[in-house]
Design a binder for this molecule. Sequence first.
Ligand code: F6P
Length: 326
Amino acid sequence: MGKIKRIGVLTSGGDAPGMNAAIRAVVRTAIYNDLEVIGIRQGYQGLIKGFFKPLKSHSVSEIIQRGGTILKTARCEEFRTEAGRKKAHDNLKKQGINGVVVIGGDGTFRGARIFNEEYEIPFVGVPGTIDNDVFGTDSTIGYDTALNTAIQAIDKIRDTASAHNRLFFIEVMGAEAGFIAIRSGIACGAEAILIPELKDQLKSLKKQLEEGNRRKKSSNIIIVAEGDEEGGAAQIANKVKDDFKDYSVRVTVLGHIQRGGSPSAFDRVTASRMGHAAVEALLDDQKSVMVGLKNNEIVHVPFRKAVKTHKEVNWELLKLVNILSI
Ligand code: F6P
């Protein structure tokens, strides 16, 4: 202990509600431990371009409740190159930064892992993405809020679906994973859920819809994860609509509404715990690790494991959909 005097913090990849709460926790934990904090704007892009700004305790006042990220974020191609990472390293050296907390998803950790294979300055990760697709943590910051946002929207669509006897295909985000789709589907009593982790779902979807039709269901909500193999809600709707002429079919893509907004209590608390744990990890000389939450306890997961291991969806939850939507 003792070699860390000044740390950097950045957010990278898609913004997620709770990122600000994590930044606040990083800054205040660092100050509590007599460290200086430098905010790096626009993720790895800002690291390469030198967008640095000192952060004080008051810099993070009244941000815990705000969505987005005060540090701004970006997806950065240049950090994938050796030359880009060298520029980033030179800038960190120039600033006297001897540890960095990176808040983002698996792409962010992939970059951090490579950087830490090449350079000494330790990077520690905090998982922040609405997709929840990061191995090693039960929940990523932003996932709970995104779910709640999706649920509120889907409940409203159910009113219309029911009033008009409609069949709605609702597309939710989640990148290549079905976490948002499964939980929002269960929470809204969806008739079926289509996720990228499952193949050939069209046949069983048609069967489920036929069964519902036979029992004169007044409305149907089908949740489609954006990464589904059919290519999204509109494509699936096109493939089934001619078989179900009793219902008029509608498609809604929830899109970026799921990314913004004030974080839920769960995301605020998780972000606060993770941000704090990330600074503690740097003080404990940890490097190339992500902090995560497992069974409500903070854990440390090597970047190597977090980026290489596939995070499974909960198959039990998926079975529930079929049982509960009868
Ligand atoms: O990773 C978060 C996420 O919102 C995904 O769910 C989605 O696939 C992607 O980002 C959208 O990215 P962009 O905002 O760059 O269009």
